[in-house]
Design a protein around this ligand. Structure first.
Ligand code: GAL
Ligand code: ZN
Length: 657
């Protein structure tokens, strides 16, 4: 199987989405000149080119792409070639309305933007396969081709009649019989029993709350239906070019795709990361997505898209202050990326994204954005061969599962303030701020290589996952579970006692009498810290109470319980408290920060033999580093200490004696 090494060949890929069809051909030459100036060695072509390639059904216009592929090759720039299937041309919806998605209310989602396709539509799939086939046949052997990029950020959902038929066949495969489905969905409730498969529809707009197990299966189905579209195109391009790796770009921590399952079907895992430049914890978000993507990839990964400056889809879109583009780009490399790419090369002058930044902004080559991006390109080139293919080892894993997220978001839950992704982020932040490197893992993965496993909040845990956690702790691992974990089984059926009995026994806690979610912004006092978001009413059963709730209804009841190497945290401690708690547990488990004594806001990551130091702060800081080491970005030597400027980065080689 091809891998990312086949694309990088010892260089970190640097470049971005290139949409030359938006520009007259004379601009292409100027693009190439500036790309070389900026250190670009990779462009992603064709992501939204369907209407240019196939202006009317069955037509093929490959001449322009031939010229571009040749131009890139002649200039030493590799091409990540996209199948254009994320944005069907208007003719498709106009001639084949059944390819257009319907929303939950049955309303058509029209053309005029992008991504207006029903993943279950055989017509859409046939057109997508045909253009993919011809594209692959034509360019499989082209020397510029380094990777296939299937579709773009698969994210459409559809509730149409065609989807209903497809959903039914998926359900038949999963449940076998209608009786089994009725049982799994608990359809005895509210007279929902199905008497024939044809009665089952996608969970459309209804009078009142919908059946959560039905909605959960629909989320699973939608992820799988999109994955079928992906694998169909992947198989076509792989048949033509078995030596070229295939990817599709994920949205980060996006609820629509079970990325664990998808990643298994990719040669290369790639992701698009857009932290808000205004977010004081944007660096942690970047780190978290890097950790998650590296874990899905089980090694180096691709940062397929980021912004050199502002995006244009937030309420207020802030540019990146000086140094931030460089910091976050090198941070991705520190956390395992072998490719640093942007959306997009040249900022558009027309269309919905004309205010979204590009590597080459409206300000042109003299503009700050281009100048800073070019510096990143030069530095990335310097790191190249010493970095690509190298690994990061972590002895802590954060468990994350889409099934649990989906079950968590349902109608009829106890608190709409509970945001799964925010809780995961809070726990990752605590570990990140404590200077420890973490992987992510699926709850059914083999966890034995980790000293510490944390479960920020997995409301749904399968029996297999619970078996795994039990044997992990029995085998010597340390486990910390956050609130509302292990409550529901695979079908979103609440387990007796409010949490799986074996898990309660492991954690040393008794029946959960009640869950006590907090009001927005509310806190609950616990011994030594404040809890947020959530609290729970239960008694210890064998576990030691590490901290109790203070005052209020839960006064004296346990907030944090420990049973040997298994911990339960029934609230979300405020950030400092969570960091202190997890640091203590992580120390006991034998994990260590990458470096100790770092100034606030400085991140240290070890990748292969290299030590990356990243200053997320806006003031210069001095960092003590043991020994005398080469610094790769400047080519200098560092002994004892070094100064990191605002948003500064250093990449240190091994200490020389
Ligand atoms: C991504 C998408 C790109 C571009 C970018 C803007 O979601 O893949 O095509 O729209 O966002 O931030
Ligand atoms: Zn549909």
């Amino acid at each position: 199987m091809p891998s990312l090494d086949d694309s990088t060949r010892g260089r970190i890929l640097f470049g971005g989405d290139y949409n030359p069809e938006q520009w007259p051909e004379e601009i292409w030459l100027e693009d190439v000149r500036l790309m070389k100036q900026a250190g670009v060695n990779s462009v992603t072509l064709g992501v939204f080119s369907w209407a240019t390639l196939e202006p009317r059904p069955g037509a093929r216009e490959f001449g322009w792409l031939d010229r571009l592929m040749d131009l890139m090759h002649a200039n030493g720039i590799g091409v990540v070639l996209a199948t254009p299937t994320a944005s069907p041309p208007p003719w498709m919806g106009s001639r084949h309305p059944e390819t257009l998605p319907r929303d939950e209310q049955g309303q058509t989602v029209w053309w005029g933007s992008r991504q207006q396709f029903c993943p279950s539509s055989p017509t859409y799939r046939a057109y997508a396969a045909a253009i993919t086939e011809d594209l692959a046949a034509r360019y499989a052997g082209h020397p510029a081709l380094t990777m296939w990029h299937i579709n773009n950020e698969y994210c459409t959902h559809c509730w149409c009649d065609g989807t209903a038929r497809h959903f039914r066949s998926w359900l038949r495969t999963k449940h076998g019989t209608l009786d089994a489905l009725n049982e799994a969905w608990g359809t005895a409730f509210w007279s929902q029993r199905y008497d024939a498969w044809e009665e089952i529809i996608p969970p459309r707009r209804a009078q009142y709350m919908r059946n959560p197990a039905h909605v959960l299966d629909f989320k699973r189905f939608t992820s799988d239906a999109l994955m079928e579209c992906y694998t169909a195109e992947r198989d076509i391009v792989s048949r033509h070019s078995p030596h070229i790796p295939v990817t599709t770009n994920f949205m980060p921590l996006w609820s629509g795709q079970d990325a664990w399952r998808w990643a298994e079907r990719e040669d290369v895992v790639s992701v698009d990361i857009y932290p808000d430049p205004k977010d004081p914890h944007g660096g942690q978000y970047n780190a978290m997505i890097g950790d998650m993507t590296r874990s899905q990839a089980r090694g180096p990964w691709v940062l397929m898209e980021q912004a050199a400056g502002p995006v244009n889809w937030r309420g207020v879109n802030h540019p990146k202050p000086r140094g931030l583009n460089r910091l976050w780009s090198l941070q991705a490399v520190a956390r395992g990326a072998d490719a640093v790419c942007y959306f997009q090369w040249r900022q558009s002058r027309q269309g919905a994204e004309k205010f979204h930044s590009g590597m080459l902004s409206h300000a042109g080559e003299a503009g700050r954005t281009f100048q800073e991006t070019s510096r990143v390109g030069a530095e990335i080139a310097r790191l190249g061969a010493q970095v690509t293919g190298t690994r990061i080892t972590a002895d802590i894993a954060v468990l994350h599962d889409w099934n649990s997220w989906w079950a968590d978001q349902q109608d009829g839950r106890l608190s709409t303030h509970l945001d799964y992704a925010d809780v995961v982020r809070a726990w990752h932040r605590a570990l990140w701020e404590s200077g420890r490197t973490t992987d992510f893992a699926h709850p059914e993965h083999d966890l034995t290589r980790y000293r510490l496993v944390v479960v920020p909040h997995l409301y749904l845990l399968t029996d297999t996952a619970i078996d795994g956690l039990l044997s992990y702790v029995r085998g010597g691992g340390t486990l910390v579970c956050g609130f509302l974990t292990g409550v529901a089984d695979e079908d979103d059926r609440v387990r007796a006692g409010g949490m799986d009995a074996r898990l309660r026994e492991l954690l040393g806690i008794g029946t959960v009498h009640e869950w006590w979610p907090l009001d927005a912004g509310g806190t609950v006092e616990c011994e030594g810290f404040l809890g947020t978001l959530w609290s729970e009413e239960f008694e210890p059963a064998g576990g030691e109470v590490v901290a109790a709730y203070k005052g209020g209804e839960l006064d004296g009841l346990p907030a944090v319980v420990r049973n040997g190497r298994a911990w339960y945290v029934s609230t979300l401690p405020e950030p400092d408290a969570l960091r202190a708690l997890l640091s203590r547990i992580a120390d006991d488990a034998g994990t260590r920060p990458v470096l100790t004594g770092l100034p606030d806001g400085v991140e240290a990551v070890r990748r292969g033999e290299l030590l990356f130091l990243l200053n997320h702060g806006r003031a210069a800081v001095t960092v003590q580093v043991p020994g005398s080491r080469p610094e790769l970005l400047t080519g200098g030597q560092v002994s004892g200490s070094l100064t990191l400027e605002r948003h500064g980065v250093a990449v240190l080689g091994e200490a020389v004696s």
